[in-house]
Design a protein around this ligand. Sequence first.
Ligand SMILES: [Zn+2]
Length: 182
Amino acid sequence: MHCPFCQHPNNRVLESRAAESGRSIRRRRECLQCERRFTTYERIEYVPVTVIKRSADQELFDRSKLLRGIVRACEKTPVCSQVMEGIVDDIEAELQQRHHREVSSAEIGEMVLTKLRPLNEVAFVRFASVYRQFQGIRDFTDTLSQLQDAESPTYTEALSQPENLPQPTEPSLAYTAPVLSS
Ligand SMILES: [Zn+2]
């Protein structure tokens, strides 16, 4: 890092601190030659990841979009926003570490479900209903039995409360995208 004033290549760091909510590090530096001070920022370089949707459409991975889906699934549950953001951070970091720059939306959905499962059973089933594109009550019962297989009695307990189960808005056997609209 050359000094912006005299182009001298060496400097010393006076102070380092987190900036932009921990997304970057700000360093105050002093040139070893002219002793003038300047500031540098160090940031993570994000590589764009393409999400392949079920329709075969492609879009760039969008963390705020993913967060919105998680927030909707966690509505009226004890899962706090910090934990939700943590899920998005983890998934983004995992995608960044891969060699492939493409991921299916279904795979992202399953990543979220893996993280929601131990946190809150209602949020888990709500999220599953959208990402697994539930078509009817059979899909719910299948997912519920998966939860039972996870050997936690609290899952079925909570889900046996009728108000926790997504309800079809019309008296039709087949319905899509339940509960998530608020
Ligand atoms: Zn200088």
